[in-house]
Write a protein that binds this ligand. Sequence first.
Ligand code: HEM
Length: 179
Amino acid sequence: MKGIVFTEFLELVEDKFGLAVVDKIVEESALASGGIYTAVGTYDFSEMLSLLTHLSAHTKISIDDLLLTYAEHFFGVLASSYPGLIDKYEDPIELLSSIENHIHIEVRKIYPDAELPTFEILEKTSTSLVMIYTSSRAMYNFGLGLMNMTFAHYNSTATILLEKIKEDGTEVKFSITKN
Ligand code: HEM
């Protein structure tokens, strides 16, 4: 997992819960990196899982809810770091249906070692999209947060239903309908 995902995460934890909580979860997580991340580095996903697990235990907020909030913050980071990728789209459904065949392909050119999910499109209309998220990281709620913010970016909203195809969340069906 790319360092920027860790650096932005720890910054958000510091903003919301304070530096003492950052120090505490880094210490409890016993990280190989020591909790020292550079934005362009690459670190084991298990470190993110460990940080999330300890933050969840400390705050009593579920990992799903933490990932949702984090994604809403991370969308702003992506939008300001890669405006060219987002501005290419005039519509949120067009953007979301292009993650797999354009956006994440460009991301892989920038970060060849990025660990990205796949999105398989099952149905698409001008106002709806059904796709299957697949990733060993089971960060489907991170995807949900990014989707919510994609609609917000276009001053729009959507109803998004999640259906776990695999119990562990490594395969999830998203049914998205623009409101
Ligand atoms: C992960 C880039 C849009 C879904 C990532 C990562 C990057 C990235 C850098 C981390 C990879 C790693 O740590 O190795 C971008 C850029 C975007 C974009 C530049 C737009 C300009 C989206 C959107 C979605 C999405 C709109 C909506 C569903 C995800 C998910 C992950 C991810 C769910 C977590 C990894 C996983 O589940 O396996 N993306 N992304 N991305 N992205 Fe995107």
